[in-house]
Structure formats: C-alpha cells, structure tokens
Design a protein around this ligand. Sequence first.
Ligand code: MN
Length: 312
Amino acid sequence: MSTFTTPDVILPTTGGDDPRIGHLLGTHLTEGEVPRAVLIGFPSDEGVHRNGGRVGAAGAPDEIRRMLFRLTPDPERYEESVDLLEHTLDLGNLALSDDVERDQALLGETLAPLLAAGSFVIVLGGGHETSYGHFQGYVGQGARVAILNWDSHPDVRDLEQGLGHAGSAFRQAMLDPSGACRQFVAAGLLPHVVARSHLEFLAAHGARFVWQRDLSHARIDEIYGSLEGPSFVSFDLDAVDQSVAPGASSPAVGGISSELWLHAAYRAGRTRAIQSCDVVEMNPVYDRDNAAARLAAVTVWNVLRGLVERDL
Ligand SMILES: [Mn+2]
C-alpha cells in the first residue's frame, strides 16, 4: 500500500452559497467506491537535477492545489460539476525517496489499480520524470497506451550514465521492453530548443510531432482524434510561453498561448480515450505572483470541465 502525505493547503473561506473546489473534493476512499477522478501529487525533482535543470518542481503539487482549491465549480454546468468534484478524491502526495527509479515504480503501482477500476487519474508533478512512472501504471495492468505530450521539447533524450531523468521519459516509454507504448505524439515543440537527433529518433520510431506554430483549436482537436485506443496526456508547463508561465523548470520563449493550452486541457477531459493526465515541471521557486501555479490549477479545472461534458 502506498504511503501518502497530507497536502499542506488551507481551504479558502467563502460564503455557503459559493463553494470552491477545495470544499467539495473527497479525501478518503470509501469501501467499494470507485472515484470518478483521483488527484495524486508526485513531489519529485531529482529527475530535473539529473538532467542538469533548475530544481524546485518537488514543491509544485501543493502550490497547484493552493490555487486549484480556490476555483469554483463550473457555473455553466453546476450540478454536474459539483457531482464530479464530490466523487473526485485527492489522495495527497506520494511519499518519495529521491531514488527516481523507485519513486517511478511506486507511482506506477499506485496508479495501476485506479486505472484498472476506471477512475480518471490526474497526477500533479514533479519534474517530467513523473511521466515514466505514470506510464508504468499502464504497464502494470498489461495495457497498451498512446501518449500525447504537450511540451516545447519531445523529452526523448538519452539516459545520463544509464539513468533516466526529466528529459528522457518518453524515450524510456517508447523503448520499454513491455512494448506498452502503442503511439507517441509530441505537440507544441519549439525549433530553437529541439535537437535534430531527437526528431530523427521520433521518426525512426514512428512517432509524430507538431510544432507550436502549427497549433490551432482545430489542429488540437485533430491531434486528440488521432490517438489510437487508451491514452494519457502529459502537460509540461514549459510548452507555455515564459511570460505566462515563468515558474517552469525550463521556461520557453515563443511557447503556446494559455488559450490554446487550456483548450488542449479541456480536450483531454472531453476525449473518451484519455484515461489519465499529468501536469509537470511547474516550479514554484521561479514563479511570479503564482502565475504558473494558477495556470497549472486552471489546466486541471479545464480537464475536469471536459470530464463533465464527456459524461453528459
Ligand atoms: Mn518536458
């Protein structure tokens, strides 16, 4: 059984007629209950450290919650939104060891039964090493999965001294001996931070990529429509322009607008094939006035909004 630590987040004070997400979420699994959605924090940035990046993402899960808990249920689909939130559980943060491989395995073991039961899982990272642990949740149930990564980089770097890190998660998934990675799509790439050899790696392994400059609402919808079978989505905050999301491990200039990004989040919730997502690389150490934390929270809000509409 995985060990969780309780998030250190104070709930907002609002009137009785103005409940916020933090008031509505469940925190404990009732015997026999299958939650519709589950939040799990993965407070890791050792993979960022191994990749030579700026650490701090380990502090992200609670900073994201702090902003998320203040948001309102969707006023346009109020009853359905409240119902979803009341059947969404925040399990807290996984107790980690700083041994990346062990922590990723723990995340996979924790996710596997939740995914098998049909709960939609939202992982709050953590550096992008989060996604290889996330992937292991599918390996653990013997499933094959398509992966969509919103990111300015494809994150298919080689291992560092034989070890995985925040820049290698999808190379590891694609080459995983389980063969569980059915398809990989990287979207939002910026040409000034993408190695040519990584594009060649994607091509050699039948993976697709989409540049940031080619994205639109229609293109985003087309990308979701191209996913084959059960899928998960990764949201790396560094896909969003640095002016909007300064608190990212590796900020990007010329990144995607928050509008397109939030549409991609909504589509992740709305698209039936998507079974889980992660929001990674938010870094509170470099954030300004909680801008990136707030964007990460509204990312989750839009996934939830899409989930409500999926079930209508
Ligand atoms: Mn990344």
